[in-house]
Design a protein around this ligand. Structure first.
Ligand code: SF4
Length: 357
């Protein structure tokens, strides 16, 4: 898989971000208690903030159930927020009435894990792609519509005659290309890819990731890439936000997070990513226990029940997401300790042998 264009040149988040999420919370009440009352509240997302610049890819990663897909759905306004704000190009959309929001929906499109479930089996590809173009009034004539459909097939590298076929006639990878074409048909500024390559074989996965990278470079799309697969994320993102139990615990540029994780949870996730060089090995960190229930998250640091470095303060005080290095944020009390007592910040040694930190 190719890395994003101009590696190292993380797009500077200049101007108004295309997407800004501020202190997003989504709690789901659990029904079914005594006399139909509440049995508690699922804290699916609890105070998540990030922004995405035009042309940038931000990957939201973490184990299943950490709340990353809920963030994607909240951005798409598939439900109302419990609290917080979502801004598209500087405009608050979380409180916008449905009629005002409708034309703005064109600017945010989604690609799901299973394209088969998002394509109508009784619609030929032509009709599936033409639907958003017509709905948003993007092709004034029949000729313009045909031109646009051909262009979309070329863009996702499918033959033009595939327009006349049915979804069941395609392989999983081809169906995902159709799903991407349908999302692009609306001419969006932001693409939300929710586990978009998780169900694909390794080689097909690489093709779709490369396609998304090319589209981004060519069309200047912003991508919110939601995935549990850090091996994929490493090849296609500018920045990474790591989620644990409804909160972002680390947020940093790709190279910084993969080279020097500053949160024990990220360190453990990365230890499970296969190393591409033959013979090279990473020491796998096995986390103890299961992810706690989001109905009753642990006090203090939510990760303390599994963290190999937890100490007394972690059990009572919530760590805040704060800078540890330029552009690198982590929520961990270890960074308040002297470097010699911080296992996530190995001491740097001068060429003359003296210790730098
Ligand atoms: Fe581990 Fe404590 Fe850091 Fe939480 S705050 S990640 S428990 S060391």
């Amino acid at each position: 898989m190719r890395r994003p264009a101009a590696p190292g040149a993380e797009p500077a988040p200049t101007g108004t971000p295309i997407l800004a999420v501020r202190d997003l919370r989504k709690h789901f009440p659990l029904r079914g208690g005594w006399l139909g009352g509440s049995r508690g509240v699922v804290h699916a997302v609890d105070g998540v903030s990030f922004s995405i610049a035009r042309g940038e890819t931000l990957s939201l990663v973490g184990e299943s159930g950490c709340g990353k897909s809920t963030v994607g759905k909240a951005v798409l306004r598939l439900f109302d927020l419990t609290d917080g704000q979502v801004l598209l190009d500087g405009q608050r959309i979380d409180t916008m009435p449905a009629a005002t929001l409708r034309p703005l929906r064109r600017r945010m499109q989604v690609v799901f894990q299973d394209p088969f479930s998002s394509l109508n089996p009784r619609m030929r590809v032509r009709d599936a792609l033409a639907e958003p173009i017509r709905n948003f009034g993007l092709a004034p004539t029949r000729e313009a519509l045909d031109r646009r459909l051909f262009e979309l097939m070329d863009t996702v590298r499918l033959p033009r005659d595939a327009l006349n076929r049915w979804p069941h006639e395609f392989s999983g990878g081809q169906r995902q290309r159709i799903g991407i074409a349908r999302a692009l048909a609306a001419e969006p500024d932001l693409l939300i890819c929710d586990e978009a390559v998780s169900a694909l074989d390794v080689s097909v996965k690489a093709q779709i990731v490369n396609l998304l990278g090319d589209l981004q470079a060519r069309l200047g799309l912003a991508l919110l890439f939601i995935s549990h697969d850090l091996a994929v994320v490493e090849h296609m993102t500018h920045r990474v936000a790591v989620m644990y139990l409804g909160q972002i615990v680390e947020l940093a540029p790709r190279r910084a997070i993969f080279a020097s994780p500053r949160h024990p949870y990220t360190e453990a996730l990365l230890s499970a990513v296969p190393v591409p060089q033959p013979g090279a090995a990473r020491q796998r960190i096995i986390l103890r226990g299961d992810v706690p229930s989001p109905i009753n998250p642990p006090a203090g640091c939510r990760f303390h029940t599994r963290c190999p470095y937890a100490f007394d303060r972690c059990r009572v005080e919530v760590p805040v997401l704060a800078p540890t290095d330029p552009g690198h944020l982590a929520a961990c009390h270890l960074h308040d300790r002297p470097a010699a007592e911080n296992p996530l910040r190995p001491a740097q040694i001068h060429a003359n042998g003296s210790q730098l930190t």
